[in-house]
Design a protein around this ligand. Structure first.
Ligand code: P6P
Length: 336
């Protein structure tokens, strides 16, 4: 990873305000929006770090629309995000992994944004102390202000139209990473003062590390070209790293280089990961850092969603690695 080391330890609010001052059209809305997400992140971090003590570990006994067991902390994180975003009046509706349909927000009739998120990705790792995270996408509203505020039309936008995206990772420390299309910026939560402090600005993906990240337990039902690709990497001496928490695997690759892959398999022919609030927001960040992201056929950010919880295969990371698997898959498809 390369990045500009900040010459002063500014908070996320100071950093965004400084950058907004350079933009005559800035309204300050984005500062309020990102601050709301940062506030939710602080609260979720607090909940995650005390989960074992406060009896909020474990399952609720319910299943979400994905057919996955819902963890207590999933619902807590989902509620924290809605609770922080609603009062801003800037968000007309939210889309969440934990909500079957779009959720209109109070006072959102004139909100100029929609926010989609996976409130607590990797939640199955909560009980074993592995890093987990929140992933978010921010789109500009397309429907007229004042109209019905739970329009799918506002949410089913290609990643190329993202206004901003980011994630929080709750691990050895809590970090917030975001982009608005002008570079990738990383903040670390200082629990002593409850502020996210800028630790790296303008992160650039490092082309140096030969690491791939994929769950080879599914490889018996991968497309043969995916198997061929991974065996090539092994022959070239690549290391394998797989935490099983997308945010943690992604964050490592963003900082050190490497590629993450969740190909389609018999159980999940279209992959397991969701386009709108997992693949697209991370693809925006990775491209801003000089990397790439594809579903094996096309750029993730070019995919126009048709469903809120739509899944996609995902290959994301260092540009040269993504180029390799994409050309192998396109070549294989052309000969079929
Ligand atoms: P598998 C976690 O459940 C998650 O949604 C992502 O965080 C992670 O990358 C993936 O699923 C892991 O899936 O099939 O390898 O257990």
């Amino acid at each position: 990873m390369t990045s500009q080391q900040p010459d002063h330890l500014s908070t996320i609010t100071q950093f965004i305000l400084e950058r907004e001052r350079d933009r005559p059209d800035a309204t300050g809305d984005f500062t309020a929006l990102l601050n709301a997400i940062a506030l939710a992140g602080k609260r979720i971090s607090h909940d995650v770090n005390r989960a074992g003590i406060a009896d909020i570990i474990g399952l609720t006994g319910d299943e979400n629309i994905q057919g996955e067991q819902v963890q207590k902390l999933d619902l807590i994180a989902n509620a924290q995000l809605e609770r922080a975003l609603a009062p801003t009046g800037l968000v007309c509706a939210i889309g969440s992994e934990e909500e079957d349909e779009p959720v209109p927000l109070e006072k959102g009739e004139n909100g100029r944004y929609v926010v989609l998120y996976d409130p607590l990705d990797g939640s199955s790792n909560i009980d074993v102390g592995a890093p987990i995270g929140t992933i978010f996408s921010i789109y500009r509203r397309k429907t007229p202000l004042g109209s019905s505020t739970n329009s799918l039309e506002d949410m089913l936008q290609a990643g190329a139209d993202l206004a901003a995206s980011g994630y929080l990772i709750y691990g050895s420390s809590t970090m917030l990473v975001y982009t608005t299309g002008e570079g990738v910026h990383l903040f670390t939560l200082d629990p002593q003062i409850g502020e996210f402090i800028l630790t790296n600005s303008d992160l650039k993906d490092d082309n140096g590390t030969r690491v791939y990240s994929a769950n080879e337990g599914h490889s018996l039902t991968w497309d043969p070209v995916d198997l061929e690709w991974v065996s090539q990497l092994k022959e070239e001496g690549y290391s394998s790293r797989y935490i099983g928490s997308l945010v943690a695997d992604f964050h490592r690759n963003l900082l050190r280089g490497g590629i993450f892959a969740y190909p389609g398999n018999n159980a999940s022919p279209n992959g397991k990961l969701r386009l709108l609030y997992e693949a697209a927001p991370l693809a925006f960040i990775m491209e801003q850092a000089g990397g790439k992201a594809t579903d094996g056929k096309r750029r993730i950010l070019d995919i126009k969603p048709t469903e809120l919880h739509q899944r996609t295969p995902l290959y994301i990371g260092t540009a040269s690695e993504v180029d390799r698997i994409m050309s192998m898959r396109l070549e294989a498809a052309a000969t079929r």
